[in-house]
Design a protein around this ligand. Sequence first.
Ligand code: AKG
Length: 176
Amino acid sequence: MAGAVAEAWFAELRETVPWKAERRRMYDRDVDVPRLTAHYRLGPDEAPPPPAVRAAAEHVIAKIGVAFNGVGLNLYRDGRDSVAPHNDHLYEIVEGYPIALLSLGDTRRMTIRSKEPPRRVLHLDLEAGSLLMMSWATQLHYTHGVPKTKDAVGERISLAFRVKPASSRGAKGFYR
Ligand SMILES: O=C(O)CCC(=O)C(=O)O
């Protein structure tokens, strides 16, 4: 994807998406989710998402050939924002369909780890405009996360495209 397009989508999403600061219950206390988030359903019967979300969805759907019907957005404000190692909840994705992660803004490193021996760790620098596809089965065998960093990094937005079952409307993940 052209760098100028990735930059334009980043700028538009940064400004127009109603970013939410969430709190989640972890064990016996409420903690801040260390990033801002937003979610949209995609599809003809849904309220139209901001134009940049729709344009990004069209791009990803055409590229991968999967009719993604949901997208979760993450805004990492700086190196203190992160997502802890997790796998996507299997009740939130239809079996067999991949998940596609589109990155915009500053590069952040993703760590992918196997859950069982042999232990394998993969570090991926997710650059603006990059598209990372994870298979459904990946969620069974690997975790993925974006750790905090002390490097001077600016803002990053990721769009996680998923094929969601009809019943998962409103369901939320519990990872941080
Ligand atoms: O920001 C990313 O690239 C990862 C996001 C993620 O893991 C998720 O939304 O489940």
